[in-house]
Design a protein around this ligand. Sequence first.
Ligand code: NAD
Length: 486
Amino acid sequence: MSEATVLNPVLAGLYIDGQWRSGGEQLTVINPSTEERLAIVTGGDANAVYDAVQASRQAFVAWSKTTGAARAMILRNIAAGVAAKRERLIELQCRNNGKPAFEAGIDVDDVIATFNYYAVLAEASDGQQNSAVELPSDDFTARLRREPCGVVGLIVPWNFPMVTTAWKLAPALAAGCCVVLKPSEVTPLAELELAHIIASSGLPGGVFNLVCGTGAAVGAPLSGHPGVAKISFTGSNAVGVQVMQRAAETVKGVSLELGGKSSLLVLADADLDLAVELASGGGYFNAGQMCSATSRVLVAQALLEPFLERLVAKAESIKVAGPLEEGAEMGPLVNQAQYQRVIAHIEAGKQAGARLLCGGGRPDNQPRGYFLQPAVFTQVPLDSALWREEIFGPVLCVRGFDSEAEAIALANDSQFGLVASVVSGDTANAERVADALQAGLVWINAPQVIFAQAAWGGYKQSSLGRELGPWGLQAFQEIKHVIRAV
Ligand code: NAD
């Protein structure tokens, strides 16, 4: 198939109460490598949200009473369905997101691992339900129940559409919740495919509902719906605040996974080649469109010059090409709006006095598509937007430091605190620095590996709550104690 192939002219974007439906609004989905239309998805509105919540509430009556073992079986069916469609899901993400195939494959494998992990937790929950609670009195007994919190709204972004969906959907279903999922209008195709897989997983109708559409037409009414117990949102800070405000009207629970401006610290005892490899991965994976991008690279002064030399060589060697092209290492940005936003940040950075060492423009061999050569900046003013704001593109800002204390202070001087990385040849040094960083996840001498067992989320304005691990499941549960006089 050529890059330009239209997948299907019109796709129904609503799956409500076990039925596919067409919506009213036509969402044009494009291929960012070619700027051509891939498909039209018909999206919903407040009425579709109302129907989906109604269906969920009805389904909740029975689904919330199922055993963890029964829910685990469905989660494993979904994981198996995703595995069976692995190639198709990779292709959809290549075309719709612009991800190179190896990156899209990592996403799909993460989704499979997440559903299988929460199947294990769902099964284990049967044995933990009604566990005895010790009280300082012989006159009473107490038991603890964890119950599903109700109908939940899941709102996800475009950068890792399948992964962010799975991190919410798998624990929500494992907990016994019913779900209304709203994908990003920019990248709904993989989630539509996922919805088809879920539709044949054995899940009763109404437990899982999908409403494609824009934030205004679908996300806002979902956030404000009084029948929704909780919203789990991943996206920008600006929208996260709006979701929280809408949710406040009906005092519903909110989990937020928002932006980042994370650091990678290269200590004086670091292996330079490893540091360059990790800086490149942390800054340019998914074309830098990562909330966890380690876009601020702090390097011990003695290593700064050779580090910059090798990082520039590495950035210039990256093959920027359409995801389906042989050897593509970095694809395009997701759409024109994001492309223009990143270019505007690069220009503003130059105006602010930052020095661009390489990249930041369109590659010569890519006349179309939202392609950008990976950029390396140095001498970036600490008060510039380039240093302080989330760029969400393949842009690294590198700065030297004189002492460990200065490096830690620079890293922590941010409104965000999602992740951080430390590169060091000395374990004790690296661990000490990791402990001092204000971030929800710190990698030492490691790429950004993610395990379903370890929490995802950060400090400060990056997150509210945590995803993955048992914390991801607890986010969809109410706690009930039953105390009885004996
Ligand atoms: P976005 O905030 O524009 O959109 C996210 C989702 O919210 C989309 O589905 C969108 O349609 C919906 N939405 C828009 N307006 C809404 C409203 N008023 N009410 C309810 N929903 C609304 O974000 P994006 O541009 O799709 O994604 C990029 C952002 O996501 C970045 O800031 C990035 O840091 C963040 N992100 C965070 C994490 C994390 O784990 N912390 C992971 C991935 C992405």
